[in-house]
Design a protein around this ligand. Sequence first.
Ligand SMILES: *Cc1c(COP(=O)(O)O)cnc(C)c1O
Length: 375
Amino acid sequence: MADPIAFVDLKAQQARIRPALDARIAKVLDHAGFIMGPEVAELEAKLAAFAGKKYCLSCSNGTDSLGLALMAWGIGPGDAVFVPAFTFVASAEVVAWVGATPVFVDVERHSFNMDPASLERGIAWAKANGLRPRVVMPVDMFGLPADYPRLLPIARAAGLLVLSDSAQGFGGQIDGRPAASYAAVTSTSFFPAKPLGCYGDGGALFTNDEAELALWKSLRVHGQGSDKYDNVRIGLNARLDTLQAAILLEKLEVFPDEIAARNRVAQRYAEALADIAEVPQVGCRVTSVWAQYTLILPERAKVQAACKAAGVPTMVYYPIPLSRQTAYAHYPSAPGGVPVAETLAEQVLSLPMHPYLDETTQDRIIATVRAAVTA
Ligand SMILES: *Cc1c(COP(=O)(O)O)cnc(C)c1O
């Protein structure tokens, strides 16, 4: 029996950078500044430069970061926030947190990302139905940047703020520019399995607006004012641990190299599978960070079962569109519905993807998928 295949292999990366990680962690243990220690500001400066934004605020996770951004903008009841129906639940959850209405927008089959035409229908519907269109939240699904060049003009024309949920897409590019630099505010997650992950929970927000950064800093620590014990607004406790910042500083060092490795894996998958399955399409202007490598397979169950029998792990991200989830089904969708999101939920299958996937293992995965599809 061959070795088990990891869907995401965090241990191979750890082995590569372990001495540097150990040294970073030891330094934090020595100075004992576990909350807002010096590594936090060091990381924020490096992340901002990497993202092509002036400012970065690190925080507790990629859900709180989205929530902070909406709170800082004062989004609330009566406001519409346009969210793709095909995403992780957190994208819509934070809209409900602040009492606003998520309006589900369909996605495009070739990119898994927000469909600009559906967004336009959603905006018109919200206006006609007594909601104030306030925010659009494109998601960089599976690591592929959303189509900001097409979405931003629609947002501008409708007076919408743009909050990019780049939990899966941090490090992606469009036309040689960081994808994180396109939206007014970009949010990411450092959950361990994301392309840039820490060893626990973590997240970050990016902006070019200094006043906005100041507001986020206050909201991150219970809405504190200039005096630590004068709380001037309702906030959260949403800081990033110093230990996680220290770990991320070392991971960021190898991140560009890992993005290149992920792209090599994706390239080999595409070459070996494009004739038998619908493989992800990445335009020539765009660089994905391949948070997932996702096929569209009308006979998904058959392929999934054959992979399982052969010891090849696969995952279904995501099996239920948000518009059909129990807690969200009462929220509206854009006119025309979200048929692409619904089809994708039935047909997507993600293969093992990480920067340390060697060619022999990849060939085993490819052979298994080919045999299953053509059986
Ligand atoms: C992971 C993820 C989040 C949430 O990030 P956490 O750090 O787990 O809170 C939000 N949106 C999307 C699209 C995600 O994939």
